[in-house]
Structures are given as structure tokens and as C-alpha cells.
Design a protein around this ligand. Structure first.
Ligand SMILES: CC(C)(COP(=O)(O)OP(=O)(O)OC[C@H]1O[C@@H](n2cnc3c(N)ncnc32)[C@H](O)[C@@H]1OP(=O)(O)O)[C@@H](O)C(=O)NCCC(=O)NCCS
Length: 270
């Protein structure tokens, strides 16, 4: 008999051990994540009181009940016996009970030196559970290692058109950083100012974007990835002028009618 239960602090070691049966880098990154971000909404999957799997989700702040799946693993010796599907079905029921609107998951298309697709089992499992591929960020984790973003809508929102107001906040870039679990993929952070400054340049200029790109290149960035809500019309001109390409959209990410738009820059001509 297998069942999902909330992860406790004392389960972290076992959860990390399970991830280690597949990938040591992932195990290390998961341990840090459990320690830093905490174990709220994280679960272990038990078979007759032996932990054989780990899964969970992270809610996205400032969205209407959107979540990302977190570390999802079945210990290697228990794989391909239907446990992953059973564990996910129980997690999806919990997400439904919590009124989650849409769940997203990031998967890599990494192939090891022998050409083995390490995450193929995960892709098959998500597809068989009704997840659909929404977006591919090329060369995200490393050169020739893409990020595939799958999603599943958990609530039917109906087909009525929604009125979404465009917003024009005063935005300023305030930092660049390397994206966790990637080799040389960078992103920028930005802040929204409460008030329009009396003096100084207007918000979100091409000059700001170029300063960020140059700084990222100097730090050794391979590529820069940015995401923005779809109701900010002022971002498009500076991004395009600075050479960013539109990659695609995660539909209804923030709320129904407000998507998350993805852009990337290869830094070739910076
Ligand atoms: C993904 C994972 C949790 C699936 O667990 P599992 O117990 O093997 O899954 P199941 O036995 O329920 O199989 C689910 C489906 O995937 C298929 N599948 C599983 N492993 C596979 C593999 N290596 N190659 C091809 N198909 C595979 C199964 O045939 C099944 O398909 P079906 O429903 O059409 O029959 C497990 O493979 C794992 O821990 N993988 C490594 C970690 C990982 O990739 N995590 C996700 C990161 S986002």
C-alpha cells in the first residue's frame, strides 16, 4: 500500500538519497532548496512505511493559485512499476483540493554521453497524466540542453473573454544573476517603483537593457533569459531594440488572461 504524506525535517536525508539514485547534482541542489526554501508543500511517498519517492510543489507569489512542481523522483530501484504515476495522481488530488488553477513543470532534455535521455521517463509520465508542452527555452541549462516547460490546467475557467487592463508601472533593472542549475544562463532582476521619479530617465530603457547585457557577458554569460507578464506594453520596444527574441508564452500564468512572456538573447553581438 503506497501513500503520500507531508515531508518532515527528519525525511530530508532520505528524500535527498532518493534523488541521488538518479543524479548527484540534482541531489545537492534539492538539499539546498529544502534547507533554504523549506519543506512546506513537499511530500514523501511511502510503500509499507519505506520512503520510495519524493514530490511537491511551490506556489508562485503574486499569481492566482499557480504552482510549479518541485523535486519529483522515485528511487531508481522502484522505477517503471507505476509508482511515479500513482504518486503524481495523489499529488494532483491535493492540488485540486487546494484550488490550484494551473501547475507547471520544468524538464531538461539532457542526454548523457551514451545518448541516454535521462528525463525521458518524466516526460512520458507527465504526458500520460495530461500535461502539455507549452514552451521550449533552447540551450537553457547548457549548450544543447533545453528547458521544456509542461503545464496542466486543474480548473476549467470557462471560455468567456476577460478584460485585462494594461499596466505601465515605473520599472528599473537592479541586478543580474546566473540561473540556478544552469551553466552560463543569466537573468535580470527588476523592481517596480512606487512613484514616478521627478528627475532622471524614464523606466525600462534600451540603455538599461544594454548595460545588463554587457555586465552579463562580462561575467561569462552564454545567454540571457527574461520573463514578464503579458500586460506590460512598455517592455517590448526596449527588449526588441536590444536584440531579445520572443520565445513563447505560458498561458494564464498570473491569472486568467495574463500570461508569462519569455524572451532570450544569445549575446552574440553584445
Ligand atoms: C519520472 C519518474 C518519477 C517516473 O517514475 P516511475 O515510477 O518510473 O513512473 P511510472 O512507472 O509510473 O511510469 C510512467 C510512464 O512513464 C514511462 N516511463 C517511465 N520510465 C521510462 C523510461 N526510462 N523510458 C521510457 N518510458 C518511461 C512508463 O512506461 C509509463 O508510461 P505509460 O503510463 O504510458 O505506461 C522516475 O522515472 C524518476 O524518478 N526519474 C528521474 C527523475 C526525474 O526525471 N524527475 C522529474 C524531473 S522534472
Amino acid at each position: 500500500m503506497c501513500a503520500l504524506r507531508a515531508m518532515e525535517q527528519s525525511d530530508i536525508g532520505k528524500a535527498v538519497e532518493i534523488i541521488f539514485t538518479h543524479d548527484d547534482d540534482d541531489a545537492e541542489a534539492a538539499q539546498l532548496d529544502f534547507e533554504r526554501t523549506g519543506i512546506c508543500d513537499q511530500y514523501v511517498f511511502e510503500m509499507d512505511s519505506t520512503i520510495i519517492g519524493v514530490t511537491g510543489f511551490r506556489r508562485v507569489p503574486a499569481t492566482e493559485n499557480t504552482a510549479w512542481l518541485s523535486w519529483t523522483y522515485i528511487a531508481a530501484q522502484y522505477c517503471r512499476q507505476g509508482h511515479g504515476t500513482a504518486m503524481m495522481q495523489q499529488l494532483l488530488s491535493i492540488l485540486n483540493e487546494l484550488d490550484t488553477r494551473k501547475i507547471f513543470v520544468k524538464v531538461s532534455n539532457y542526454r548523457d554521453e551514451q545518448g541516454y535521455e535521462v528525463y525521458l521517463g518524466a516526460l512520458k509520465m507527465y504526458e500520460s497524466l495530461g500535461f502539455q508542452l507549452e514552451l521550449t527555452n533552447k540551450d537553457f541549462y547548457d549548450k544543447d540542453e533545453d528547458q521544456l516547460i509542461y503545464s496542466k490546467s486543474l480548473k476549467s475557467d470557462g471560455d468567456d473573454a476577460v478584460d485585462i487592463l494594461e499596466e505601465k508601472p515605473v520599472m528599473r533593472f537592479n541586478g543580474i544573476y546566473e540561473i540556478a542549475e544552469s551553466e552560463g544562463a543569466y537573468t535580470f532582476s527588476w523592481t517596480v517603483l512606487d512613484k514616478k521619479p521627478l528627475f532622471g530617465k524614464r523606466s525600462f530603457t534600451i540603455e538599461d537593457v544594454q548595460i545588463g547585457l554587457k555586465a552579463a557577458k562580462k561575467e561569462g554569460a552564454r545567454k540571457v533569459f527574461l520573463t514578464f507578464p503579458s500586460n506590460l506594453p512598455l517592455i517590448h520596444q526596449p527588449l526588441q531594440a536590444a536584440g531579445f527574441k520572443y520565445v513563447g508564452t505560458l498561458k494564464d500564468y498570473y491569472e486568467r488572461g495574463v500570461d508569462e512572456m519569455h524572451f532570450s538573447h544569445t549575446l552574440a553581438n553584445v
